[in-house]
Design a protein around this ligand. Structure first.
Ligand SMILES: C[S@@+](CC[C@H](N)C(=O)[O-])C[C@H]1O[C@@H](n2cnc3c(N)ncnc32)[C@H](O)[C@@H]1O
Length: 303
């Protein structure tokens, strides 16, 4: 299977690490549970019979379901309709000059006003149908760094970004939507601790990619992931192990001078295998000379 990218630019998204992670996964998998699926970059690229995509974020799961349910042409037509209704830029058709912008500065100055109007309408919508979730997708595409962030009242609160629904974004969305239609998958919107596991067997496999306790991401804000959840996560992994369900857990042992001591202690007291990965993100070991800022990205497995 050719690896494909998620159309959602997720902080901590695992696309760049797939080359290292996938060979460490078991060869035969019946059900693959992507327990903290985020942009779904892992689940869509794993060879297995069935995938369960789970995430605690309701908008993310509903958006992924929308991509799975609607025909690709319908999705693209609806996106075009939103872009035209709000008069957002469409650089893939009209270039940058039409909007008085250049590639260096980006399309933000032109899109600022229509983006805020779209964001306002999205935040005040009363119908949560597929049009609503595609509005969310367009917001993400036009938002700062294509990020996803909601405030504590659930309102999307990022400012406008530099780019629009360009050829690259279109291609990513197209291949992702097509992949979702070819794989056998279901979606679940639960706290990881509430995911049913009694029906799983030693043919199944759970991938855990939680928020990292010692790094920052929009889904970590407001103490959304804290030490209590971190302990629950390790207890959950131990339970899987007792039930002979295979798991792999992504995390960082060290990052920017911080250490995850809870994780280190847990590892010291278990027989799990800890694979140290070579590099992942922009501030990777290859690029940082400063030892303090190095990241020790790991994959922990029980098989
Ligand atoms: C590191 S990201 C996952 C990235 C994903 N593997 C990818 O490649 O795009 C962590 C995800 O965990 C989700 N999350 C946070 N707390 C959770 C919880 N208690 N249960 C389930 N998911 C949770 C966040 O919404 C976020 O999408």
């Amino acid at each position: 299977m050719q690896p494909i990218q998620s159309p959602l630019n997720y902080t901590g998204g695992k696309y760049k690490l797939l080359k290292q992670i996938l060979p460490l996964f078991p060869e035969r998998i019946n059900t693959f549970v992507d327990l903290f699926c985020g942009g779904a970059s892992v689940g869509v690229n794993v060879e297995c019979n069935h995938v369960v995509f789970n995430d605690i974020s309701t908008p993310i799961i509903r958006l992924l379901q929308t991509f799975q349910r609607l025909k690709p042409t319908t999705i693209f037509n609806k996106i075009q309709h939103i872009i035209q209704t709000y008069q957002l830029s469409d650089s893939s058709r009209f270039g940058y000059e039409t909007y008085g912008c250049d590639s260096y500065k980006g399309l933000g100055p032109y899109n600022q006003k229509p983006f805020l109007q779209l964001r306002n309408d999205f935040n005040h919508a009363s119908k949560f149908d597929s049009d609503y979730y595609l509005m969310l997708y367009v917001l993400i595409v036009y938002a700062f760094n294509n990020q996803i962030r909601f405030n504590s009242s659930g309102a999307f609160n990022l400012p406008v970004g530099k780019r629009d629904f360009n050829h690259k974004m279109q291609a990513k969305l197209k291949s992702f939507v097509e992949r979702l239609k070819t794989i056998d998958c279901t979606f679940s919107n639960r706290n990881f601790i509430e995911i049913p596991i009694n029906h799983l067997t030693d043919n199944d496999f759970i991938y855990l990619d939680p928020p990292y306790l010692i790094t920052c991401a929009t889904y970590n804000e407001n103490n959304a992931w804290n030490e209590q959840q971190e302990y629950q996560l390790y207890e959950f992994a131990d339970t899987l192990n007792r039930l002979h369900i295979r798991f792999a857990l992504s995390n960082v042992l060290k990052s920017k001078g911080k250490e995850n001591q809870i994780l280190q202690q847990w590892l010291n007291n278990r027989n799990y295998t800890c694979h140290h990965l070579k590099f992942g993100y922009a501030n990777s070991n290859y690029q940082t000379k400063d030892k303090q800022s190095q990241t020790d990205e790991v994959l922990i497995t029980n098989y």
